[in-house]
Design a protein around this ligand. Structure first.
Ligand SMILES: Nc1ncnc2c1ncn2[C@@H]1O[C@H](COP(=O)(O)OP(=O)(O)OP(=O)(O)O)[C@@H](O)[C@H]1O
Ligand SMILES: [Mg+2]
Length: 326
């Protein structure tokens, strides 16, 4: 038997670097849910949140928080503590997925391909001497290489390094977003984003979205400036590759123990090898985000999809029934 959904609380904003993106995603999801007749309130993350969650007792929270606040699992621990159902992966799975080096290790163990990489905390870099570490990095990974914060989103702090003299500033930029940098072999190829949704009937991959940024790099501006990136959905891939990118996204979703919704970012190299870059547990739903495009391309209605995720979360309840006795 399913529990009736009374009020849905869409949580957006927060204090991460991706606050603006989150507010836009939250607004879009809230409107989509309202279009299905659900009662929806939109709330930000601030000191009043616990009080709001206790007094408004929503039957489900939809966390549309990107970046650290929303994707590292912390806020979901709070929902578990309060025994409030929510859409998306459990805290432990979020922690694994949000940490790119850890997620890469998990999916590699599951047999997926992910670019060769080195993960370097700021401290090691400083202690051992930046110059010697950097020359070893270039020797190991080759050029170009990709530098990114181990934990971040929206391509913030990410840079392509094409010559060794660009590496120091790229590292400084990555360290501005966290104390560990991930350096990866740069994969030349076609980029696709592949969402996976599970409304209770099992995970399924949505059509892949091919991403072609105007300037060649899918950076923050390319992501959130309308018209600056060209998307093609379904991605123009031959049937074998269409199946393969769906398989990889589903395998990453399963290996990382995700649920409800995820979006894997993949690159297909010229030999047809699919490389896993990362997975997002709270993907964007803005006007320029890929998940809503994939939902539309699958012939689905955004509101109905969001409502079915809410219903599945309400039916599941929280992971820890013992929380009720706290
Ligand atoms: N190894 C790589 N080779 C080539 N391009 C890469 C590589 N890693 C990242 N990129 C490019 O940089 C972009 C940002 O990287 P990534 O998806 O890992 O970061 P993110 O900040 O978590 O982004 P998101 O907004 O998707 O959460 C990718 O969309 C891709 O265009
Ligand atoms: Mg990404």
């Amino acid at each position: 038997m399913t529990t009736p959904t009374e009020q849905v609380l869409v949580l957006a904003g927060g204090l991460s670097h991706e606050r603006d993106v989150s507010l836009r995603s939250g607004r879009r999801v809230a409107e989509a849910l309202r279009s299905t007749g659900l009662e929806v309130v939109e709330r930000d993350v601030d000191a009043s949140l616990l009080h709001v969650l206790r007094s408004e007792t929503p039957s489900c929270v939809v966390p549309m928080l990107h970046g650290e606040t929303g994707e590292d699992g912390a806020i979901r621990e709070v929902f578990e503590l309060l025994d409030i159902a929510y859409v998306g992966a459990a805290p432990a799975a979020c922690r694994t997925a949000f940490d790119k080096p850890v997620a890469k290790a998990v999916v590699a163990q599951a047999g997926l391909h992910t670019p060769a990489s080195v993960c370097l905390p700021h401290e090691t870099f400083r202690e051992l001497g930046a110059a010697v570490v950097m020359s070893a990095l270039v020797a190991r990974l080759g050029l170009p290489l990709m530098v990114k914060p181990a934990k971040s989103g929206s391509a913030l702090g990410c840079a392509v390094v094409r010559s060794a003299d660009e590496l120091p500033s790229a590292m400084v930029n990555a360290f501005a977003y966290g104390d560990t940098a991930l350096l990866e072999q740069f994969v030349v190829g076609r980029e696709v984003a592949v969402p996976v949704i599970d409304d209770g009937s099992g995970p399924r991959a949505l059509p892949a979205v091919m991403i072609r940024p105007d300037g060649g790099v899918y950076d923050y501006t390319a992501r959130y400036t309308a018209g600056s990136t060209e998307f093609e959905v379904p991605a123009p891939l031959d049937p074998g590759l269409t199946e393969e990118v769906a398989r990889v996204a589903l395998a990453a979703h399963a290996a990382l123990d995700l649920r409800d919704l995820s979006r894997s970012d993949l690159i297909i190299d010229p030999a047809g090898q699919v490389w896993f870059l990362e997975v997002n547990v709270a993907p964007g739903f803005t006007e320029t985000s890929t998940v809503p495009l994939a939902i539309a391309a699958a012939g689905l209605d955004l509101g109905k999809v969001c409502a079915s995720l809410v219903q599945a979360a309400v039916t599941r309840g929280t992971d820890r029934p013992s929380a009720r006795t706290l």
